[in-house]
Each structure stands twice: as C-alpha cells, then as structure tokens.
Design a protein around this ligand. Sequence first.
Ligand code: SF4
Ligand code: SF4
Ligand code: SF4
Length: 286
Amino acid sequence: MWDRPSDLNNVETWANIPLIINNGAAWFKKIGTPTNTGTKIFSLTGKVNNTGLVEVPMGIQLRDIIFNIGGGIREGKKFKAVQTGGPSGGCLPESMLDMPVDFDALTKVGSMMGSGGMIVMDENNCMVDIAKYYLSFLEEESCGKCVPCREGIKRMRQILNDITSGAGKESDLPLLEEVGHCLRDSALCQLGGSAPNPVLTTMQYFREEYIEHIKLKKCRAGVCKDLITFSIIEEKCPDCGLCVKACPAGAITAVGKRKPVVLDQAKCIKCRTCYEVCKLGAVKIE
Ligand code: SF4
Ligand code: SF4
Ligand code: SF4
C-alpha cells in the first residue's frame, strides 16, 4: 500500500495468529493434514438442515460436513452437488463426498477453498441453471479491464442462456470448454481466472444434464422454464383447492364435485407454486 511492503490478509487468517503464538506452531500443525494445517471456517448453506458457519479441521470429508454437521439434505431429498469456494468455486458430485476438504484436494478436482462458501444442492437444482446463475453474478463483478474476462464471461453466459431456453446446440459444449480454458489461462486476475469453474465442473461432472437440455430439450430438475410444463395428475387430485388459491396467474380452476382441478397451459407462467403447495404430489413437472 502507498508503494510500501504490505501484508493483506483476511480476518480468519489473523484470528489464527494469536493462537499460534500462544500455543506454538507444533500445536497448530497437529490440526489438519501434514500439508494443510489448522482449521477452516465454512459458510454452510443451501439444501442442508443445519446452515451456518462451521469450523472444521483441514482434511475432513465433505460427507462429514454435509451429513453429520449439516444434518443431511432437507425434506429427505437426494443430494446432488456441493459447490465450494464461493461463486467461482466448482460443483462437486456425490462420488466426491468422501474426498478430504483442503486447499490442494479441492483445487485438484476443479474447485477451490476460496471464500469458504459451501452451498449444498439437491435433486431440484438444475446444474446448467446453477452454472448460469454464478456466471451472471461474475459478469456483474468483472471490472472489465481485460478482454478475456469482460467478453469471455459474457459469451459463456449467453451460451448457457441458449441452452437453458431450448436453443442450445451440440457445438456449444466444446465452445464453452474452449472459452472457459482461454479465460482461465489469460485473465489478468483471479476473478476471471476462476470464473469458468462452475461451468467447467458442471460440464465435467453433470454433463448428462447439459446433453438433456440440448438434445431432448428437457430439464430433469424442473427448473428451466422454457423446457418444462406443469400438469395435474388427475387420479391423485381430490380437489383440495390449495393450488387454485395459490396460483398467481389464475391458471388453475376447480370444477367442483371433488373432480380434479384443471390447469390452463396458456395462462401458466411456470412459477412452480402449485407444485410446492400440493401436499399430495398431484402436480407433475415434465
Ligand atoms: S480478470 Fe480481473 S482484471 Fe480482468 S476484467 Fe476480470 S476482474 Fe477485471
Ligand atoms: S406453475 Fe404457477 S402459474 Fe403455472 S399453474 Fe402452477 S401456480 Fe399457476
Ligand atoms: S393442491 Fe394438489 S390435490 Fe389440491 S387441488 Fe391442487 S393439484 Fe389437486
């Protein structure tokens, strides 16, 4: 700072210093792994039962954090992915739940420790939509100084827009990879350098979802509005009326006499409310 040698660290790092001075380096090194010592604080959020800040020893398994400390997935749903490191971290699949959580291991699988964010996703998250969401955030954060980041993030986000709106092409996948690698290798700072992580990791670990969006025009999680329709499963609907009251578009009407309600596709704005309020599983998304 002001052209003088400067030491810039975050509060979490500074919080460790008095403990190391008071207890000694050998004590500190007993926590964690030989190459990644000490503890790490994660902000555990998303679809887990217990959210909040958790301090864990380096090297702990992802499964321990999510299922033991986090209490597992909400509403008994199925775990799909965990993103570590904040908006530009990678999304890791179920097969990696037993990996140790430390700087080196996360970097090796395309993610990072980053800001210590840990967002858990379940079967109702669409991984293509997730990648698009984080890129949109990073697009706004980009300062615009260098071309790879300023243009690269925008182009990748546009391609993801196409894919999630049903206009995706098979050639989009290699193009996303090419732009992502170029951005990673040539951006001026780490914002741009790490920005492709959510896209590259979801393409690596959840590629089948990209292919379904592009080839079958389907979103298995029922998230991408242009690729889904809502309908009533008649044999499951006893006309309880909950969705009729809740639908903000007046797209569902009761016909009375305990007959199934009727959903008007032309009026439906695909807000998902009927699916959420129906306690009998009588609303189908496909
Ligand atoms: S990589 Fe860094 S310097 Fe380049 S545009 Fe992005 S934020 Fe700015
Ligand atoms: S998805 Fe939303 S708009 Fe469509 S029928 Fe259900 S509640 Fe109404
Ligand atoms: S909430 Fe479910 S059961 Fe009730 S009327 Fe709507 S679809 Fe039928």
